[in-house]
Design a protein around this ligand. Sequence first.
Ligand code: FAQ
Length: 330
Amino acid sequence: MYSQGLIGNKVVSEESDAFLDAFQARIDAEQKIEPNDAMPAGYRKTLVRQIAQHAHSEIVGMLPEGNWVTRAPSLKRKAALLAKIQDEGGHGMYLYSAAETLGVSREQLIDELLTGKAKYSSIFNYPTLSWADIGTIGWLVDGAAIMNQIPLCRCSYGPYARAMIRVCKEESFHQRQGYEIMQSLAFGTERQKAMAQDALNRWWWPSLMMFGPHDSESAHGEQSTQWKIKRFSNDELRQKFVDATVPQAEYLGLTLPDPDLKWDASLNDGKGGYRFGQINWDEFWRVVKGDGRMNRDRLAARKQAHEEGAWVRDAAAAFAAKQAQLKEAS
Ligand code: FAQ
């Protein structure tokens, strides 16, 4: 008996039931899947898609913050921001390496980003208009990233799970430096507090969109959960993020821009949680499909960086060829 490996409606391979059952049994037993292990084509494809989107997000995610390196308000702030942005670049590199273990090349993945074929997180298509945006990105965007990525440390695919451990440690430093910027602003002058509030007003809803569509619209959610790539659904993680963030905003004396936000003791199996208003899904899909305020600028900046870095790739390739020649000769 053969069943078909499906991704969406597309047949990717024919795999026997026995093979698929044995694979699922390994997953259920919490065994890590490693690069040389046999795996269903759909599992491989899902991981390549998610890890590549994640890698692209880290790299494109350097751009909004890069906008403020030369305008950071002090040397200390500039040093911390530079270190954070470099960390994000490093995360992209670990993630491209993790994707390569699945049989795709980095060149192919980068080509898909630059041609607009591959997605990256919607959040990085919003502009950074003031210094408070840098605090808000650390606090909310890195905060949302941690909420999403801590469970990925237990992802069934070994190289992805292991990469996430270091990424999460670094993200938590990023979150704290962002929150510390927000504390300085929120407890500063009236003008600084207003700047912090304005940034929060603009970044709150896009941060909630980072978790992806509602579970009912999540094309990959169910299968990824069965394969233990995802451990929580999009809506579950979004709820955890809201519950963790509301008290942080209260401490800062800032107001989350949602009139429907209210405590509900019946949520989270009676432990209580915050109900929140409707996310603008039209805006989400518009941004995901390439029509956000900064989509075109982000891709143009990546293309320019890629073209300007061509000489480095050429030099590295020439050096590697020379080393190989020398090795062969000796
Ligand atoms: N933006 O079926 P689902 C960071 C797409 S890293 C754009 O629910 P899935 C660090 C999705 O790909 C932030 N597209 O998908 C940092 C799919 O499209 P496809 C990135 C989105 O995969 C901080 C379709 O919608 N983090 O912030 C988004 O099961 C500061 C249907 O969705 C990761 O990538 C979105 N927000 O769940 C860096 C974490 N949401 O492929 C710099 C790893 C969904 O069918 C500065 N990824 N889509 O064409 C994940 O955990 C998952 O991929 C989800 C989506 C949860 C994002």
